[in-house]
Write a new protein. Structure first.
Length: 304
């Protein structure tokens, strides 16, 4: 395998890519043109593993571990050229599964050792990234200085900085608005006189149907049922079986994360990386996945 390399990098949303391009050219960066990139992220247990296919350009497998810091961060990664991307993708998909696919158009500019990426990411919009590849043994201060210089020239503001990868952002993308509305309506109809904690849940199936449920409590307390269980019951009764997205709404101040039992219930019907949005009546407060909520779990395929 190739030796590990290090990058110093930042990522930011870009409100005005044309302006950023002008500023980069004014700085003296050289325009290398636009590359279409498709990154397939595999569902590996630690770190990140993605197959990058680019046009023009070849394919490479990139393994990396990156701390998700908003400010300048350092990532260590390995790059392996790939001669047969289709075959590699199929092999890794069979062995590990695909987490998410991120497609983008990247305009690449170079200024000294800093790569400037003007990215238009499908489903996420325009971003700008700065990356300085570190020399072996460098204490990174030089690379940090170069990145800071380009950042100032491009006028990238603190509020625009983003942590995490495009893969995380793609998974956490805004929930289906109709699903959110359904979960909110269900929360409004919850029967929770004992806890005073109404919850609504809605699931969207892979074929695009939506089912909602609310928590239903009972004077015999243990007979109470969670909103997720109600929504899944409605889905099964409606003939659905594959959940692609979940919204759980609780109107209160407390974030309502699915209870342990409901994580297992969802596990029966949904893949590890489908989004689970936790919301209140105003906004989505947290987006997660079963991979995060229920690691090392038993599912229907274990018994098959
Ligand atoms: N509840 C849900 O409906 N979903 C969850 O994921 C957590 C808890 C309900 C159960 C009970 O009616 C109330 O919230 C307080 O626990």
């Amino acid at each position: 395998m190739s030796a590990a390399r290090r990058n110093v990098e930042i990522k930011a949303v870009d409100p005005d890519p044309a302006r950023t391009l002008e500023r980069a050219l004014a700085l003296g960066a050289s325009d290398q043109g636009v590359i279409a990139q498709r990154d397939t992220y595999f569902a590996v247990p630690t770190g990140r593993l993605k197959l990058r296919e680019q046009e023009p350009g070849g394919a490479e497998l990139i393994a990396y571990e990156r701390p998700d810091e908003v400010t300048v961060r350092v990532s260590a990664y390995r790059l392996v050229p790939v001669a047969h991307p289709g075959e590699l993708r199929a092999a890794l998909e069979a062995a590990a599964g695909i987490r998410v696919v991120v497609a983008k158009q990247r305009r690449l500019l170079l200024w000294r050792t800093v790569r400037i990426h003007l990215d238009d990411v499908e489903g996420l919009g325009p971003f700008v990234e700065l990356e300085a590849v570190a020399d072996a043994g460098s204490d990174l201060s030089g690379e940090r200085g170069l990145v800071a210089h380009v950042r100032a020239a491009l006028a990238i503001e603190d509020a625009a900085l983003r942590e995490g990868s495009y893969a995380d952002a793609a998974i956490a993308a805004a929930p289906d608005p109709d699903l959110l509305a359904l979960a909110r309506e269900a929360a409004g109809r919850a029967y929770a006189p004992y806890s005073g904690f109404p919850v609504g849940a809605a699931v969207r199936t892979a074929d695009g149907r939506r089912f909602a449920g609310a928590n239903v409590e009972n004077a015999a307390y243990p007979q109470g049922q969670c909103a997720e269980a109600s929504a899944l019951g409605a889905m099964v009764a409606g003939g659905g079986s594959d959940v692609a997205e979940v919204v759980v709404v609780s109107p209160g101040r407390e974030l309502c994360a699915p209870c342990g039992g409901c994580r297992q219930r969802l596990r029966e019907f949904m893949p590890a990386d489908a989004p689970i949005h936790l919301a209140d009546l105003e906004r989505v407060r947290y987006t997660t996945t079963l991979r995060a909520l229920l690691p090392l779990s038993l599912g229907p395929e274990s018994l098959a």
